[in-house]
Ligand binder design. Structure first.
Ligand code: S3P
Length: 437
């Protein structure tokens, strides 16, 4: 699918983006761990979350009710997970594959085989297979344990002390979920603070987990968790595209409703405010342990943005968007972000390649990039002409460059735009829903 996004200004209106992808994954996984019925309200419509739910069903849970906003899932709990009859397909979703591998490693005497699409089968899995093996898991993967398919024969695990080599919420969560059925606690030392939705949800379901700075201690379940109702706030990473859209276009003033602003997710707001962005959180409240707020954004003159290695984990999914804000405004530089090379595509390469296609000067580093503003790129009148870019089959690349289209003279054509389905199927429809001048 090819989509063209043309120049626009004066974005106005209130929009609700769909439910958070990361929290929806976890709600579906906890619905399998817990006994009884779990209700997930405002779940994400993302294809990635549908992959998790399908796997949960293949392991014996049943969806007993579903509409556009709510799904109710019934399970017998972690100690009664069924051995699936077929290979489990995680699709494009790293979160599904890594978190589920952690959980399955401790389901004794049952075989689980996980695979995924072309992109997922190229993403590094040693980061989970190694700590899980250390816990006693019988886990096998291609290329010495690094690439899916992954085969797991569930066994009795023990807790570990795990000093993480990468800052990754997926890896942390895999070890947390494995520990739930282990015979002792695990202590995880994060390399950098990453999203903590697994910790928050485990606590909400009644599990025992403690966090002190970068140290997370998780305990095996003493009794089965009980199904409950989970409200999923709207997805900050999806809202971020509209935050950027309002900032870079002229005369814009929008409100994004009920967005999850957990401090491990919403650092972009702080970062952009430091660069002069007119953004405010309103009506902040806490629901199921997660902070939620309405976010108001107005057109702003954002100065040069510089992201350092320590900030990367807190902005991990928003880094392509920072490149886009830099291209539209006063430049941006990101370093210490080699992790971007292991996402759905190599996002450093994808950002630089697309910027070049648009005539924007972009320097590629092994661990990041620097985007120069159109002025310095020598573009006529300091404006961005537009052109044709590729999504590289990566949803976040497609949506980031769609936002840049809003400030281009002749529009930006995004090839392979159908991949927005992975996290935000409603993206193009909602982009049209704002009123424009
Ligand atoms: C996610 C964690 C992040 C993020 C991904 C979702 C999660 O990945 O990029 O989109 O839900 O835990 P890493 O933990 O591998 O950095």
């Amino acid at each position: 699918m090819e989509v063209t996004v043309k120049r626009k200004k004066g974005l106005k209106g209130e929009v609700s983006v769909p439910g958070d992808k990361s929290i929806t994954h976890r709600a579906f996984i906890f619905s399998l761990i817990a006994r009884g019925e779990t209700e997930v309200v405002n779940y994400s419509s993302a294809a990635d979350c549908a992959s998790t739910l399908r796997i949960v069903e293949q392991c014996g849970s049943s969806v007993v009710y579903r509409d556009e906003k709510t799904v109710r899932i019934k399970s017998d709990g972690i100690f009664s997970v069924k051995e699936p009859e077929d290979v489990l397909d995680a699709g494009n979703s790293g979160t599904t594959m890594r978190l589920m591998s952690g959980l399955f490693s401790g389901i004794e005497g049952k075989l689980f085989v996980l695979s995924g699409d072309n992109s997922l089968r190229k993403r590094p899995m040693k980061r989970i297979t190694e700590p899980l093996k250390e816990m006693g898991a019988e886990i096998f993967a291609r290329a010495g344990g690094n690439f899916a398919p992954i085969a797991i024969y569930g066994s009795k695990l023990h807790g570990i002390r795990f000093e993480m080599g990468v800052a990754s919420a997926q890896v942390k969560s895999a070890v947390i979920l494995a520990t739930l059925s282990a015979d002792g606690k695990s202590e995880i030392i994060e390399k950098g603070i990453t999203r903590d939705h697994t910790e928050v949800m485990l606590k909400e379901f009644g599990g025992k987990i403690e966090t002190h700075g970068r140290a997370v201690t998780v305990y095996p379940l003493e009794k089965p968790l009980k199904g409950r109702s989970v409200f999923v706030p709207n997805d900050f990473s999806s809202a971020a595209y509209f935050i950027a859209a309002a900032l870079i276009t002229e005369k814009s003033d929008i409100l994004l409703k009920d967005v999850g602003v957990n401090r491990t997710r919403s650092y972009l707001v702080e970062k952009l405010k430091k660069s002069g962005a007119d953004i405010a959180l309103k009506n902040t409240r806490v629901l199921n342990g997660e902070s939620v707020a309405d976010i108001s954004v107005r057109s702003s003159d954002v100065s040069f943005i510089e992201v350092s290695a320590e900030e990367v984990p807190l902005l991990i999914d928003e880094l392509p968007l920072i490149a886009v804000i830099g291209a539209a405004k006063n430049g941006a530089k990101v370093t210490g972000a080699e992790e971007l090379r292991f996402k759905e595509t190599d996002r450093i390469k994808a950002v630089c390649e697309n910027m070049k296609r648009l005539g924007v000067e972009c320097r590629e580093f092994p661990d990041g990039f620097e985007v120069l503003p159109p002025r310095s790129s020598g573009l006529k009148g300091g404006t961005l002409k537009g052109g044709v870019v590729s999504s590289f089959s990566d949803h976040r690349i497609a949506m980031s460059f769609a936002v840049l289209g809003l400030v281009s003279e002749e529009g930006i054509v995004i090839n392979g735009a159908e991949c927005v389905e992975i996290s935000f199927p409603e993206f193009f429809e909602l982009l049209e829903r704002f009123s424009y001048e």
